[in-house]
Write a protein that binds this ligand. Structure first.
Ligand code: ATP
Ligand code: MG
Length: 188
């Protein structure tokens, strides 16, 4: 479909935390090794991310609203320890996850989801299972096992546009926000 008048064009977007540069070589290698083992396609190291909220196809005229919603969110930095490797069998993906995801991460994703609903943005209703997809189109589902651990200091999140190219998905950053708000009443 061509968009003769711009404002009707659709984009595919999602909010995510992108794996920091320092972790990409090592996690990228795990992705390649896992993909070989399960006969899947590794996610390229620069594409590794954790989806906070998936929007899907939306009119590009709604992008300012999505950027406003992102800018409204407040949160502090958190540490996600990636210590599990597993698979979603039906989806044919392999992932890295955490045996103890920080509660703030679930709270942050829930607050973002509520803000999207309040802004009139329909979004996917799947429950939030924080994970980093490392391989797709896997023919075998890896048994869940320990890995790492890799400590990810999450200090921001992004709005990404997903474009499917010949060599798989490409993500374009539309906006980025820090997660640096200190809690007002630190827990003792
Ligand atoms: P491709 O689909 O081209 O193989 P991709 O899955 O990375 O690549 P998208 O389908 O645009 O690209 O998805 C972007 C992100 O959103 C990915 O992390 C994906 O797992 C996640 N995602 C996709 N669809 C949903 C959905 N219905 N609910 C929740 N998350 C989703
Ligand atoms: Mg997909």
């Amino acid at each position: 479909m061509t968009a003769a008048h711009g404002e009707q064009s659709a984009v595919r977007v999602f909010y995510a935390c992108v794996l920091p540069l320092q972790l990409r070589p090592e996690v990228g290698e795990i992705a390649r090794a896992t993909a070989r083992r399960v006969h899947g396609r590794p996610v390229p190291a620069d594409n590794l991310h954790l989806t906070l909220a998936f929007i899907g196809e939306i009119a590009s005229s709604r992008l300012p609203t999505l950027i406003d919603v992102g800018a409204m969110q407040r949160g502090g930095a958190m540490t996600l320890v990636l210590d599990r490797l597993g698979g979603f069998k039906r989806a044919g993906v392999a992932w890295l996850g955490s045996s103890r995801p920080p509660v703030e991460l679930g709270r942050f994703a829930a607050a973002l989801a509520r803000a999207l609903v309040a802004a009139g943005i329909a979004r996917d209703e799947r429950p939030f299972h924080p994970h980093v997809t490392i391989a797709r189109r896997c023919h075998v589902s890896p048994d869940e096992q320990p890995i790492g651990p890799y400590s990810w200091g999450i200090d921001g999140f992004e709005l990404l546009q997903s474009e499917t190219g010949r060599e798989g998905a490409r993500y374009r950053r539309l906006a980025k926000w820090p997660l640096t708000i200190e809690p007002e009443h630190p827990e003792r």
